[in-house]
Design a protein around this ligand. Structure first.
Ligand SMILES: Nc1nc2c(c(=O)[nH]1)N[C@H]1C(S)=C(S)[C@@H](COP(=O)(O)OP(=O)(O)OC[C@H]3O[C@@H](n4cnc5c(=O)[nH]c(N)nc54)[C@H](O)[C@@H]3O)O[C@H]1N2
Ligand SMILES: Nc1nc2c(c(=O)[nH]1)N[C@H]1C(S)=C(S)[C@@H](COP(=O)(O)OP(=O)(O)OC[C@H]3O[C@@H](n4cnc5c(=O)[nH]c(N)nc54)[C@H](O)[C@@H]3O)O[C@H]1N2
Ligand SMILES: [Mo]
Length: 741
C-alpha cells in the first residue's frame, strides 16, 4: 500500500485507510485517509466501485484533516473555573473528572431519584453506532434510569406525516429514479447544499439533461435552483400548505385528479375535498385565497397545479425545512395527498412525498431516538399502543425543543421530572434548539453539567466537566448513509486517539466501574461491529463478507432497477396493504382524530400560526426568518475549520427592497432581533430571497457579549422553543426586525 508523495515520503511510511466520517450530514462519503506518524496527510475520495457508482466526496469530508487535527480540539479533560458560559477551564485528570461525574450521578440518584438525571444525546449520535448516545443510555439504564427527550429535532414533522399517511417512514425512491420523471418540483428542497444522499445532485442533473422540467418553490433562490431549475417560485415561509390546498382545488374543480387511484388506494379523500371546496368551513380554498397567504400569484398556482396533474410521471419532492416549522407536518401530509391525487405514489418517476426520502435499504439501524423499554424511569409510564413516536411521548420524556424549559420549570411546569444534572453528548443544544437565551438561563441554573465533546462548543462552555472524545478517525464504527443508500459504510480506525481523548464507549465503561456496574463492556468496539453486521437481519443477507466490507470501508448494493417506495402496494394492494390501520393511504386518519387535538387535524389543513404573516406581531417584527443548513458546516460541527469558513462568510440574506428601506448596504453589519434576542451579523443584500423574508444559516456558535448581543449570530437566538401539534420543532416560523448597527 502507499506511494511516494510530493514531499518524498516513502510508500511504506504511509498507510491508506478506507473509512468515512460520522457527521450528521445529508451525505455519507467513502474517503481514504493517507496517514503517517499518526497524522492525516491527505484525504482522497471514492473509487468508481464495483457498481460503477462513484460517491463523490463533498467539501466537508475534504476538510476532514483540518477538523481532526484542529488546534482547538480538546485534548484532555477540563473542569470549569470561571462562571458558567464564560469559557474558563483548567486541565484535570481523567480520574478526577470521572470520579466527579460518578459521584454526582450517585448523589442525585440518592437524593432525588434517577429521574433527576437528564441524558441529552443528539443528532450526531444518529450517524454512528458507537457515538455516545447508545452506550450512555445503556449505562444509565443499568444504573437505575434517567430522563431523556423524545422527538428528533430534525424531522419529527416529516416522521409524523409519513407515519400518519403511510404507516412507514421509508417513503423515498432511490435517486436514479428521478431519470424517469418528466417534472420535478423541489418544494423546499436544496440537495446541492444539504446533499440528501451522496449522489442526489448527480442524478438530479442527469434528470435535467434527460429533459425533466424542474421547478423550485422556496423563499430562497438556492444553489440547486440556480443549477437545475427552469423556474423559481418564491413563497412566504410557513404557507406552503395553503398553496398545496389551492392546487388541490384547481385539480378538483377541473377534474384533473386521478379518482380511480384515490378510490382504490386512499381513505378519506371525500373529507379533504369537502374542506378544499369550502363545504366544511364555508371557505373555498381557491388560488386567489392562497395568493393572499403565500405571496404566489393565483395564475402561477393554477398553472403549477395543471402542469403537475397533467405531466406523468412527476416527482413532487418535499423535504424537511418547511416541516421544521409551526404546523410543519401539514406541509408533508398535504404533499403526500397531492402525490396520491395525481397517482404518482408507487410509480417510477413519481414520488410519495412525506419529506423523508428514505429508501428501505442501507439502514443498519433506524433509531431516531433511544428506543423505549429498558429505562427503569420510564417503565411505569402509561402503556399505549401506536407508533413509536406516540409511545415515546408518553414514556415520561421531554420534547427535545423543550429541554431547557423543562430544566427551568421542572414538575411545576408540567414536565416529568425536576432535573438536577445533565450529561450531554453528540449535541450542541444551546445552539441547536429554539431560544438560545432561554437555554443560557437554564444552563446557568442547572446544578451540574458534564459534556463529552471534541471542541469547547457553545454548550460545553457551561459544563462543570468536559470529557474529550475521539473523532471517528480514531475509532471504528458503522455509519448510516443518509437514507438514500444503497450502500453500507464502515469507519476504520486510522489514528491512535489523539492527546488524552477517549471514545464515548470507553468513557461509559470507565464510569460503569465507578458506579459498581460489572461487565459493562464485555465486547470490544470491533466485536460489536462484527456481531452487529453478521447478526442483523437488515445487513446479514446483503453483506456476506464482513472482513471484505471492513477492508474496503464500503459495501455497495447493486440494484437491478431503481427502488420505488410503495411500488408493491400499488401493484398488489391485496397482498401488500399499507402499514396504516386501514391498509390504505390515510388522507383522513382516525388515529389522529382520536387524539382530539385541534392542532392535529385528521386531514391535512392550512392553519394560521403564531409568528406567521397574519400575526399582529408583524407590526413590530415585519420580517420572517428562515434558518436553513449551511453548506460549509454540519449544524455547528466544522464551524472552526478555516478552509470551510473561507467557503462562505456567515451573513444574513436580505432582499434589496428590505435593505433599502432600512438604509442597509451589502456587507453592512446589522442587528436582527425580536423579543427573544438580538444577533449581530453582516448583511448579504441579494435578490435570491423573497422580500419580507430574511435567512440566517443555523449552526454558527452562540456567543453573547456582555450586553447579551449574540456576536456569533446563532439562528436560534431568534427562534422559539416551541413544537407543533404533530411534534415538529418550530425553527422556521419566527418574526424579526432588522436595523443597521
Ligand atoms: N451542508 C449541510 N448538509 C446537511 C446538514 C448540514 O447541517 N449541513 N444537515 C443534515 C440534516 S441533519 C438534515 S435534517 C438535513 C436538513 O435538510 P432540510 O431540512 O431539507 O434543509 P433546510 O436547509 O432546513 O431547508 C431546506 C430548504 O427549505 C427552505 N425552506 C425553509 N422554510 C420553508 C418554507 O416555509 N417553505 C418553503 N417552500 N421552503 C422553505 C429553505 O430555504 C431551504 O432551501 O440536511 C442534512 N444535510
Ligand atoms: N434554527 C434551526 N435549528 C436547527 C435546525 C434548523 O434547521 N434550524 N436543524 C435541526 C437539525 S435538522 C438537527 S439534526 C439538529 C442538530 O443538532 P445537534 O446534534 O445539537 O448539532 P451538531 O452541531 O451536529 O452537534 C453535534 C455535536 O456533537 C459533537 N460530536 C461529534 N461526534 C461526536 C462523538 O463521537 N461523540 C461526542 N460525544 N460528541 C460528538 C460535535 O462536536 C458537535 O458539537 O439541529 C437542529 N437545529
Ligand atoms: Mo437533522
Amino acid at each position: 500500500m502507499g506511494y511516494t508523495d510530493m514531499k518524498g515520503h516513502k510508500a511504506d511510511e504511509i498507510k491508506i485507510v478506507r473509512t468515512t466520517s460520522t457527521f450528521d450530514c445529508g451525505g455519507r462519503c467513502p474517503i481514504k485517509l493517507h496517514v503517517r506518524d499518526n497524522k492525516i496527510l491527505r484525504v482522497e475520495g471514492d473509487d468508481i466501485g464495483d457498481t460503477g457508482q462513484q460517491l463523490r466526496t463533498c467539501l466537508r469530508c475534504r476538510a476532514y484533516r483540518q477538523y481532526v487535527h484542529h488546534p482547538e480540539r480538546l485534548m484532555h479533560p477540563l473542569k470549569r473555573v470561571g462562571e458558567k458560559g464564560e469559557g474558563k477551564f483548567e486541565k484535570t485528570s481523567w480520574d478526577e473528572a470521572l470520579d466527579t461525574l460518578a459521584g454526582k450521578l450517585k448523589r442525585v440518584k440518592e437524593k432525588h431519584g434517577n429521574a433527576g438525571i437528564l441524558l441529552a444525546t443528539g443528532g450526531a449520535y444518529l450517524a454512528g453506532l458507537h457515538n455516545g448516545g447508545f452506550a450512555a443510555a445503556r449505562l444509565l439504564a443499568q444504573f437505575g434510569g434517567y430522563t431523556t427527550h423524545y422527538g428528533n429535532i430534525s424531522s419529527v414533522g416529516a416522521v409524523w406525516a409519513s407515519l400518519t399517511q403511510y404507516g412507514s417512514v421509508m417513503v423515498g425512491n432511490s435517486r436514479e429514479d428521478m431519470l424517469n420523471s418528466k417534472l420535478i418540483i423541489l418544494w423546499g428542497w436544496d440537495p446541492a447544499r444539504m446533499i440528501s444522499g451522496t449522489n442526489t445532485m448527480y442524478h438530479l442533473i442527469k434528470a435535467k439533461e434527460n429533459g425533466a422540467r424542474v421547478i423550485a418553490i422556496d423563499p430562497r433562490y438556492h444553489d440547486t435552483a440556480a443549477t437545475v431549475a427552469d423556474e423559481w417560485i418564491p413563497i412566504y415561509p410557513s404557507t406552503d400548505t395553503a398553496m398545496m390546498v389551492a392546487m388541490a382545488h384547481v385539480m378538483i374543480k377541473e377534474d384533473l385528479h386521478d379518482q380511480a387511484f384515490l378510490d382504490k388506494f386512499t381513505l378519506g379523500f371525500d373529507k379533504f375535498k369537502a374542506y378544499v371546496m369550502g363545504e366544511e368551513d364555508g371557505v373555498q380554498k381557491t388560488p386567489a385565497w392562497a395568493a393572499e397567504i403565500t405571496g404566489v400569484a393565483a395564475e402561477t398556482i393554477e398553472r403549477v397545479a395543471r402542469l403537475y396533474a397533467e405531466t406523468k410521471p412527476a416527482a413532487l419532492m418535499d423535504c424537511q425545512g418547511p416541516a421544521r416549522s409551526a404546523m410543519g407536518e401539514q406541509y408533508n401530509r398535504c404533499a403526500s395527498t397531492l402525490c396520491a391525487m395525481t397517482g404518482n405514489v408507487g410509480r417510477p418517476g413519481g414520488s410519495a412525498g412525506g419529506g423523508l426520502m428514505g429508501i428501505p435499504i442501507g439502514h443498519m439501524f433506524r433509531m431516531s431516538a433511544i428506543p423505549p423499554g429498558k429505562n427503569p424511569v420510564e417503565l411505569d409510564g402509561p402503556k399505549v399502543k401506536g407508533t413509536l413516536d406516540i409511545r415515546l411521548r408518553v414514556a415520561k420524556r421531554i420534547h427535545i425543543n423543550k429541554l431547557f424549559d423543562a430544566i427551568l420549570k421542572g414538575k411545576a411546569g408540567g414536565y416529568p421530572a425536576d432535573i438536577k444534572m445533565m450529561w450531554s453528548m453528540c449535541n450542541n443544544y444551546i445552539n441547536q434548539t429554539g431560544n438560545s437565551n432561554k437555554a443560557h438561563r437554564a444552563l446557568k441554573q442547572l446544578d451540574f453539567l458534564a459534556v463529552n465533546e471534541l471542541f469547547l462548543t457553545a454548550t460545553a462552555r457551561y459544563a462543570d466537566i468536559v470529557l474529550p472524545v475521539t473523532t471517528a478517525a480514531e475509532r471504528s464504527d458503522l455509519t448510516r448513509p443518509w437514507p438514500s443508500g444503497p450502500y453500507f459504510t464502515m469507519v476504520n480506525r486510522a489514528l491512535e486517539p489523539l492527546g488524552e481523548c477517549k471514545s464515548d464507549l470507553d468513557i461509559a465503561g470507565e464510569l460503569a466501574n465507578r458506579l459498581g456496574i460489572e461487565n459493562f463492556n464485555p465486547f470490544t468496539e470491533d466485536d460489536i461491529l462484527r456481531m452487529f453486521v453478521e447478526q442483523n437481519p437488515e445487513t446479514a443477507p446483503l453483506i456476506p463478507d464482513f472482513d471484505k466490507f471492513r477492508r474496503e470501508g464500503i459495501h455497495r448494493v447493486a440494484l437491478e432497477k431503481p427502488i420505488v417506495a410503495f411500488q408493491k402496494q400499488i401493484e398488489d394492494l391485496e397482498n401488500h396493504p399499507f402499514e396504516t390501520p386501514s391498509g390504505k393511504i390515510e388522507i383522513f386518519s382516525q388515529r389522529v382524530a382520536d387524539l382530539n387535538n385541534p392542532l392535529c387535524p385528521p386531514i391535512p389543513k392550512y392553519m394560521q400560526v403564531p409568528e406567521d404573516r397574519s400575526d399582529p406581531l408583524v407590526e413590530k417584527y415585519p420580517l420572517q426568518l428562515l434558518t436553513p443548513h449551511a453548506k460549509n458546516r454540519v449544524h455547528s460541527e466544522l464551524y472552526k475549520v478555516d478552509w470551510l469558513r473561507e467557503v462562505e462568510e456567515h451573513r444574513a440574506w436580505i432582499n434589496p427592497v428590505d435593505a433599502a428601506a432600512r438604509g442597509i448596504a451589502d456587507d453592512d453589519k446589522i442587528y436582527v432581533y425580536n423579543d427573544r434576542g438580538r444577533v449581530m451579523i453582516p448583511a448579504w443584500v441579494t435578490e435570491r430571497i423573497k422580500p419580507g423574508v430574511i435567512s440566517i444559516f443555523e449552526g454558527a456558535w452562540y456567543t453573547p457579549d456582555e450586553k447579551g448581543i449574540d456576536q456569533g449570530a446563532c439562528a436560534n437566538t431568534l427562534t422559539r422553543d416551541a413544537y407543533s401539534g404533530g411534534g415538529a420543532a418550530v425553527m422556521n416560523t419566527s418574526l424579526v426586525q432588522v436595523e443597521k448597527v
